[in-house]
Design a protein around this ligand. Structure first.
Ligand SMILES: *[C@@H]1O[C@H](CO)[C@@H](O)[C@H](O)[C@H]1NC(C)=O
Length: 379
């Protein structure tokens, strides 16, 4: 009946406002949007879970469905590095309850017991302190940032046996079933020392992918950094809130710096020749909001749902690459783009590229999108 339909739409409206957290197979990331206009946000912890937050907020507390209260986000932020906070298993949902000022800015990560990389460490990054992380202590490290930005730079050490990858998700989600793809995956070890880039996300994971102990990477929460560009450099562009998983969830993170676009120009010359390798994944609704990439005047507009773009330019002696994108307010447009400019004298590409962002079950996703669009239009 129309009453049932109205009720359904009302519940859907409510759900679209409250249930917008970023969900993975074994974890959830809850941030600004989830306590916006609401004092409660639920999270899954059926098997028990470890909970993390870098946010100094005593007024957001965890509680179970019976109203039993646990610690606050500040209690999590204050934990000695290496110590973990574990909540007991529960057949019901847990809740974050905000008893302070409305619409707080925060980030919270709950990972369920038994998840892959459950024992991986989580580092809290604030603007007050940069960190040198070393591979010898952490093969995989998840980072959470109070500014919503995580800047990777100063890659030191020997990467000839294994190159590091960086993801915009927690360590539990870097392999199947979420099928999250990296935002940074070097195609040549020769570019790593010159490469630095921000991930505009409150959570990221670096996977060093192999043995070795002399690798060091500098991390900063500085929200104003841009990617390095040039010869033998990998330029990395990650749109604000990008998650990068092919699990049908198109949610974005909302605890972010003020980045609203990219306008970047890469130039390089080398008389012995250069190679330009472009690899991008994107979901951009409208042509007018396309991400544009142009190499020596050869321009490409990237837009559409779950698109991949790979292109290589070989043996050019002079390169000018322009990257432009401006975020459309309120859109769910998102992308990750990696551009390698490698001199012929540099180490040749050794690894193959992931192409996991292919469209699956397009029809059911299309149907879901239609329902969501209808609901949003009616809300
Ligand atoms: C990180 O390591 C570099 C190189 O050893 C050093 O110059 C820098 O001061 C270190 N920074 C921090 C925050 O430890």
């Amino acid at each position: 009946s129309s009453v049932m339909l109205a009720l359904f739409l009302l519940l859907s409206c409510w759900a679209s406002i409250v249930e917008s957290r970023v969900s993975f197979a074994t974890s959830e990331v809850i941030d600004d949007v989830d306590l916006k206009g609401s004092n409660l946000a639920s999270f899954r912890c059926y098997a028990g879970c470890r909970v993390y937050s870098p946010t100094q907020n005593k007024d957001i507390i965890m509680k179970n469905n019976n109203g039993n209260e646990f610690g606050s986000l500040a209690d999590l932020a204050d934990l000695t590095p290496g110590k973990v906070y574990e909540l007991p298993e529960s057949a019901d949902l847990y809740w974050l309850s905000n008893k302070g000022a409305p619409d707080p800015s925060f980030v919270f990560y709950a990972v369920e017991k038994g998840a892959m990389n459950y024992d991986s460490k989580v580092l809290y990054l604030t603007q007050a302190k940069d960190w040198n992380i070393t591979h010898s202590t952490d093969t995989k490290l998840t980072i959470m940032s109070t500014t919503g930005a995580i800047y990777f730079s100063n890659f030191l050490g020997d990467y000839s046996n294994a190159v590091p990858t960086v993801y915009a998700v927690g360590a539990d989600s870097i392999s199947s079933p979420d099928r999250c793809i990296p935002v940074y995956k070097p195609i040549s070890a020769s570019t790593i020392p010159q490469t630095s880039f921000p991930v505009n996300s409150p959570i990221a994971t670096i996977n060093f992918n192999g043995v070795g102990s002399d690798q060091v990477v500098l991390l900063s929460a500085n929200p104003y950094k841009t990617t390095a560009t040039g010869k033998d450099v990998t330029a990395v562009y990650v749109s604000p809130g990008y998650v990068g998983c092919n699990n049908g969830d198109d949610s974005l993170y909302t605890h972010l710096p003020l980045t609203t676009g990219f306008g970047s120009s890469i130039t390089a010359t080398d008389s012995s020749g250069l190679k330009v390798v472009i690899d991008g994944h994107y979901s951009i609704a409208n042509e007018a909001d396309a991400l544009t990439v142009s190499v020596n005047g050869d321009g490409k507009k990237l837009y559409g749902k779950n698109g991949d773009y790979s292109k290589t330019y070989d043996d050019v002696t002079s390169v000018k690459v322009d990257v432009n994108w401006a975020k459309k307010e309120g859109s769910k447009d998102r992308f990750a783009l990696q551009i390698d400019v490698i001199s012929n004298g540099g180490v040749q590409a050794t690894t193959t590229k992931d192409n996991l962002m292919t469209t699956t079950s397009a029809s059911s996703l299309g149907m879901l999108a239609a329902i969501i669009m209808t609901t949003l239009a009616l809300c």
